[in-house]
Design a protein around this ligand. Structure first.
Ligand code: SAJ
Length: 419
């Protein structure tokens, strides 16, 4: 059966989802940002993602972008849910306004799907009342929370192959949703309640945040105890039931760094979740303290940040730990230069590698972009040849051969607690 699907929000999740649905259904994409609508209707994509261009070319006949919601069989909400930073609670304003836009078009028998991540209970407490404001009871339309699970960088692959959770308001809604998602999802679709689906999504990202926090804590202990934590982790991971993640300069992105707060905002039972958040949020401070020890005694230090994207091989810098590190360095009176060939717009100027490293006193690798491995250290015109690799991706033997003093986060080569 072919249906008309109206997708609200054409960002990193909404657009690929809309195009995947457009392989079999008639899809209208809605975005309040006129620029995005224009770009798409001119046959271009507003961002890059593996395989998206090819898919767009293939399904153009079944997809159009508009600024206003229109009547449809299915409405899918894929708008951002930012964190109110100072309060540490979910800001549901975009979800609210998407529901408002749908409400006046919603008819009995239609389906509303929420893919955006929300705090537990938000569908029942916030979304349902808005959708029902024109007299339709929640039982008269289908409602499903099907949280997205795709990892940026491999979005399309994961949207097709990952298993999904379908939290539905009744068994008929679940069957309808499974049928529609079945048009492109090759993974299993698991049925549950709306509230459980909301909770499961938040558990997934919280679990990852806590796992990264323990890796980061181990890295700091490696420095404290004179142990190379990368070797220690790889040895511990030879145990059949141990899988420690990678330490790094902190956790960024729009999901892992904020979703744990959604889970805990009204809970009185949690301790570990917020502790993990604070460990990860504190990593730029730790990296900064190591940099301070490296440039100790240098007059007017200049440091070079390699990478401001929140993780390797993406152009997204939302909640990047690099930003805090840059601010801390500036507050210390350092001059900060930045090189990131993936990122085009950023609050600070991004320069060429040559400019970013000229007369610098320390290179701090923050993002694990693959192309940083190809840098030829002997070509760099540094004032002091120091390298601090917070991701352990560079071949330090090559850098040492070019005269650099190298330190890796958690390599145990220096006790930094005095600085
Ligand atoms: N990171 C580490 N060490 C690691 C792994 C990651 O420091 O071992 C850092 C990364 O550098 C990055 C941050 O954590 O700064 C988050 O990156 P990520 O690759 O772990 O996750 P995201 O935020 O890109 O995507 C996550 C995924 N969730 C899980 O893996 C549980 C993805 O599946 C979700 O769809 C996405 O959040 C989302 O939108 O919720």
């Amino acid at each position: 059966m072919t249906v008309k699907i109206c997708v609200l929000g054409l960002g990193y999740i909404g657009l690929p989802t809309a195009l995947l649905f457009a392989q079999h259904h008639n899809v209208v994409g809605v975005d309040v940002n006129e620029k995005i609508v224009q770009i798409l209707n001119n046959g271009k994509l507003p961002f890059e993602e593996d395989g998206l261009n090819e898919l767009f070319e293939k399904v153009k006949g079944n997809f159009r972008a508009v600024s206003e919601v229109e009547e449809a069989d299915v409405f899918l909400i894929a708008v951002p849910t930012p964190l109110e930073e100072a309060l540490k609670i979910a800001d549901l304003k975009y979800v609210r306004s998407a529901a408002e836009m749908i409400a006046s078009h919603l008819k009995a028998g239609n389906m509303v799907i929420l893919e955006s991540t929300v705090s537990p209970g938000a569908s029942e407490n916030v979304v349902f009342p808005i959708l029902s404001q024109y007299g339709l009871n929640p039982g008269e339309f289908s409602y499903v929370h099907c949280p997205e699970r795709a990892i940026p960088g491999k979005t399309l692959h994961e949207m097709i192959h990952n298993d999904r959770i379908v939290g539905a308001n009744n068994p008929e809604s679940a069957a309808f949703a499974k049928d529609i998602y079945g048009s492109f999802v090759e993974g299993n679709l698991y049925e549950t309640t709306v509230r459980t689906a909301e909770f499961v999504k938040l558990m997934e990202n919280t679990y990852r945040d806590v796992s990264i926090a323990i890796a980061n804590e181990f890295a700091r202990m490696g420095d404290e105890f004179g142990i190379n934590i990368w070797e220690a982790i790889s040895l511990a991971n030879r145990h059949p039931r141990v899988n420690i993640l990678k330490p790094g300069p902190g956790v960024g992105g729009h999901c892992i760094a904020i979703d744990p707060w959604f889970l805990t905002e009204t809970s009185t039972k949690t301790r570990m979740v917020s502790l993990a958040r604070s460990i990860n949020d504190n990593m730029p401070n730790y990296v900064h303290s190591v940099v301070r020890s490296i440039v100790h005694g240098v007059q007017k230090p200049v440091i070079t940040i390699l990478g401001v994207a929140y993780k390797g091989n993406v152009d997204d810098w939302r909640a990047t730990p690099a930003l805090k590190l840059i601010r801390l360095a500036e507050n210390e009176g350092y001059t900060v230069r930045i090189y990131d060939p993936h990122v085009t717009t950023f609050p600070y100027p991004i320069t060429s590698l040559e400019e970013a490293t000229k007369d610098s006193d320390c290179i701090v690798l923050v993002t694990d972009h693959d192309l940083f491995r190809d840098i030829d250290p002997s070509s760099l015109q540094m004032r002091n040849k120091n390298l601090y690799d917070t991701r352990n991706i560079l071949d330090t033997d090559t850098w040492k051969a070019a005269g650099f003093t190298c330190k890796i986060l958690g390599d145990g080569s220096e006790n930094v607690s005095d600085y």
